[in-house]
Ligand binder design. Structure first.
Ligand code: UT7
Length: 318
């Protein structure tokens, strides 16, 4: 028994914020942002949109491609760091928006690795024969947790959602998944604020040691890719498409170089989306599926890295 992705979908909010727009509000410039990160623009959710709204739009498209109805979904997992509210989970709110009830629904919190964590979790349930069709979503509204006066972080992030329908299959599908975490890095990338007695205590915005995150990301993205490739007795050259977390084009290029993969085999969306955290991998996957780059039987390697630190990979036969 395996699990296989039978539908993908994504959603980006209408509003686009360019580097030139940011030049008007903080001491930055398009040249710095593009040369240090590869980002030229990002999408920003409307004030009345929440993570479950973005997730709903992406999910509908994934269900359409999968040619199944929402009531055939028997597991919902949403990866998000920017949930609609503290509780209930964004997955439960999404379930209600989909007009279904009864199946388990929960959020996974692994920051930018969230989608890979959620996909691996759904894969385990399906392989165990417990569920048939899982809806796995990454959805984020980072514009809510960015300090728009901090040029070191506000230029990096964007909003969006990506979704997949993962179904039982006799053919793989997901060949293997590999998850890791190291909590001793928890302070290097965090939103340390918390609600206590009705008041926010501590900083409610993203706090990041950019250089440390950069070096760690390059190291572990290469390591976990090698781990997935070796487990399946493959060589890096066998990988048809690498879809890494989209945080910085320099991190992506360094990872590809370490794996000996040409950039032609790497899907990148960071230029147009910025870093959408748990949404970045399913967004990039959907774009490469819909434009026909990803073809049947190809090997696709998904990778995430983010706060925690957390990191992981899933190797797929498409
Ligand atoms: O999803 C996972 C989470 N995040 C990441 O993966 C991000 C990982 N880190 C990075 O992508 C990079 O470290 C950054 C893009 C955040 C920063 O790039 P960097 O090459 O590491 O730059 P830096 O932090 O060393 O800063 C270089 C200079 C500094 O000025 P001084 O001290 O050299 O005078 C910064 O103050 O650039 C300055 N700077 C800016 N200048 C213009 C920082 N942000 C900006 C900005 N515009 N937006």
């Amino acid at each position: 028994m395996y699990s296989r992705i039978i539908g993908t979908g994504s959603y980006l909010p209408e509003k686009i914020l360019t580097n030139h727009d940011l030049e008007q509000t903080v001491d930055t410039n398009d040249e710095w942002i593009r040369s240090r990160t590869g980002i030229t623009q990002r999408h920003i959710a409307a004030s009345d949109q929440s993570a479950s709204d973005l997730a709903f739009n992406a999910s509908q498209k994934a269900l359409e491609m999968a040619k199944i109805n929402a009531d055939e979904i028997d597991l919902i997992i949403v990866a998000t760091t920017t949930p609609d509210m503290l509780f209930p989970s964004t997955a439960c709110i999404l379930q209600e928006k989909l007009g279904i009830s009864g199946c388990p629904a929960f959020d996974v919190q692994a920051v930018c690795s969230g989608f890979v964590y959620a996909l691996a979790t759904a894969d385990m349930f399906i392989r165990a024969g417990k569920y048939r069709n899982a809806l796995v979503v990454g959805s984020e509204i980072y514009s809510n947790i960015v300090d728009w006066s901090d040029r070191t972080t506000c230029v990096l992030f964007g909003d969006g959602a990506g979704a997949v329908v993962l179904s039982q299959s006799e053919q793989p599908g997901i060949l293997s998944s590999h998850l890791h975490a190291n909590g001793s890095y928890s302070k290097v990338l965090s939103v340390p604020g918390k609600i206590c007695d009705g008041v926010i205590q501590g900083n409610p915005y993203i706090n990041m040691e950019g250089n440390t995150v950069f070096k760690f990301a390059v190291k572990v993205l290469a390591e976990v890719a090698h781990e997935a490739i070796a487990e399946n007795n493959l060589q890096p050259s066998d990988i048809d498409w690498l879809i890494p977390h989209q945080a910085n084009i320099r991190i992506i290029r360094s990872t590809a170089k370490k794996l000996g993969l040409p950039m032609e085999k790497v899907v990148t969306t960071v230029e147009k989306h910025g870093n959408t955290s748990a949404a970045s991998v399913p967004l990039a996957l959907d774009i490469a599926v819909r434009d026909g780059r990803i073809k049947p039987d190809q090997y696709v390697l998904l990778e995430g890295v983010g706060g925690g630190f957390t990191w992981g990979a899933a190797l797929l036969r498409w």
